[in-house]
Design a protein. Structure first.
Length: 118
C-alpha cells in the first residue's frame, strides 16, 4: 500500500491530468509561500483557479473533500493573494476549487471536481 505522501502525489498527478483534459492551463503545481502551499494553480479562460487536491484510499473516514477545513481555506486564501501579487496578476475572476479523489492501487475510483468550493 502506498504511503500517505505517495498517495497525495499520485492524486495531484491525476488532478493535473483531469484538469488538462478539461482544457485548463496548468500554471504551477505545489506552489509554496512560507509554510502554505497551493496544490495546483490553473487558468480557465480569464479565471485563475486555485485547486486543493484531497486523495484518500477509502471513504472509511469520510469523503476526501471533507478534509478541507476552515483553517485550510483561510491559508489558501492568503497564499492565493500572495501568488497574485508575486506574479502581478489581475484576472477578471478567481476561484477556489477542490478535487476529491478516492484511489486504490489499481487507480482512481472516483474523481470529483467541486468548483467554487469556498
Amino acid at each position: 500500500m502506498a504511503s500517505h505522501h505517495e498517495l497525495g502525489k499520485k492524486g495531484e498527478q491525476l488532478a493535473v491530468s483531469f484538469l488538462r483534459q478539461k482544457q485548463y492551463e496548468i500554471l504551477h503545481c505545489n506552489w509554496t509561500w512560507g509554510r502554505r502551499e497551493i496544490d495546483i494553480v490553473a487558468r480557465q479562460q480569464d479565471t485563475i483557479v486555485f485547486v486543493e487536491v484531497k486523495t484518500r484510499s477509502s471513504q472509511s473516514f469520510g469523503m476526501p473533500e471533507e478534509a478541507v477545513h476552515h483553517r485550510k481555506a483561510e491559508h489558501l486564501l492568503l497564499a492565493a493573494d500572495r501568488y497574485l501579487e508575486q506574479y502581478d496578476l489581475q484576472p477578471s475572476a478567481i476561484r477556489f476549487d477542490i478535487i476529491s479523489i478516492t484511489a486504490t492501487a489499481a487507480g482512481p475510483q472516483e474523481i470529483l471536481h467541486l468548483e467554487d468550493a469556498f
